[in-house]
Design a protein. Structure first.
Length: 203
């Protein structure tokens, strides 16, 4: 806690604000800019023992190295009030829908959809960016997320991205974990997974 009674050290906030300000004018792709911003926000939150994890579309973008594109950032993290305090201190403003926080200079919207990761903490991937680190949901759990969306919403787009992720990370995916989780009643996506695995194996 800093001398003014806030939850975050002023030195940490100044360093993060300066870093974010520099990002605004850097001649880099929006994807790279968003990763750098998420990484420094993660650094700030970890100073108060919060560990945000990137999920959703931004996680798909990371695992496909930008083949899938989205501006939105979904973070799973506990301590919502502390997160909101940090985002406010870093120049984000809460949108009227009360769900999103937006940094106008970075054109970066952030949402905290949940406080608990739907997946394995042990499979979370760390990505180093400029000496900072961001955390991303494991690829197997991300595939399961896309499969659930494909089945529940009858979304062909989510099915296609699940297949893309499977093919792109085929050599590193834990297939036993993926098949076991897909068979669980709360997931119930084993049939679709088997269909995609057969398609990939036939190529």
């Amino acid at each position: 806690m800093d001398d003014t009674g806030g939850s975050f050290s002023e030195a940490v906030l100044v360093q993060a604000r300066d870093y974010l300000q520099e990002l605004i004018s850097l001649p880099i792709l929006p994807f790279e800019r968003s990763l750098k911003a998420i990484a420094v926000i993660t650094w700030v939150l970890e100073k108060v023992n919060l560990h945000p994890i990137v999920v959703g579309g931004k996680a798909v973008e990371i695992y496909t190295t930008g083949s899938y594109t989205t501006m939105d950032v979904d973070l799973v993290v506990s301590g919502r009030h502390l997160v909101q305090e940090a985002l406010s201190q870093l120049g984000f403003q809460q949108e009227p829908d009360r769900r999103h926080w937006y940094h106008s200079g970075l054109h970066l919207p952030i949402e905290i959809p949940d406080s608990i990761l739907e997946g394995s903490q042990q499979r979370v991937m760390d990505v180093d960016v400029d000496g900072y680190t961001l955390h991303v949901i494991g690829v197997e759990d991300l595939i399961l997320d896309r499969l659930r969306a494909a089945v529940h919403w009858k979304s062909l787009t989510d099915q296609e991205w699940a297949e893309f992720l499977l093919a792109a990370h085929w050599e590193s995916i834990d297939l036993n974990y993926l098949e076991n989780e897909a068979s669980r009643p709360e997931n119930d996506v084993r049939d679709l997974l088997d269909k995609l695995l057969h398609t990939i194996d036939s190529d």
